[in-house]
Unconditional design. Structure first.
Length: 189
């Protein structure tokens, strides 16, 4: 199944969201300048971004300031990820060129980005809320391999620099696959 990685990333983050509570919202997260609320807003809003991009709309980088943390964010995530999944599964979706704010890319490459973004922001929430970060080891390995092939140093910068990824961090020798992915994407694990 072509969308399996994204489906598994959704399932992983859905499990993490079950352990996120209102008292967590103002806590810091591994995304240095974001609180749990801001990561949650990005994770949930990102699902809408994926849908709009895949259906030919002009997606904005965030969901226009939506505060999903003040509502039923689990339902919002379920609805958004279901729509995103349907958009990626539409006939010809993975073969078409998708127009994004930073440039164009094939739908199949955008699917990998959606899976990685969904998974790693689930990791961020798990870490910030004291949950296990040993998330879907097989998927984490696949996403790490894909990330290493796709992410160049030109896409990295200090927090707040506007770059999508921070400098690669060193993961402990005994780190889980998800922790190693997070470290590669700039998180301190």
């Amino acid at each position: 199944m072509a969308t399996e990685m994204y489906e598994r990333a959704i399932a992983s983050s859905k499990k993490v969201l079950a352990g996120v509570n209102p008292e967590h919202m103002d806590a810091p997260s591994p995304c240095e300048s974001w609180t749990v609320r801001q990561v949650l807003n990005h994770l949930v809003g990102g699902q809408d971004f994926f849908t709009v991009a895949m259906t030919g709309g002009s997606p904005s980088v965030e969901s226009e300031g939506a505060d999903f943390g003040s509502g039923d964010f689990r339902v919002a995530f379920d609805e958004g990820s279901s729509a995103g999944l349907a958009a990626f599964q539409a006939p010809g979706a993975l073969e078409k060129i998708v127009s994004l704010p930073w440039g164009d890319m094939p739908g199949s490459a955008f699917l990998g980005l959606a899976a990685t973004d969904t998974f790693v922001h689930g990791w961020d929430l798990a870490k910030a809320t004291g949950q296990s970060t040993d998330l879907d080891p097989e998927l984490a390995e696949e996403l790490l391999v894909g990330s290493k092939a796709a992410i160049q140093d030109a896409f990295r910068g200090a927090d707040g620099s506007g770059m999508p990824f921070g400098p690669e961090q060193q993961a402990p020798a005994d780190a889980t696959a998800a922790d190693r992915l997070a470290a590669f994407l700039g998180r301190k694990v």
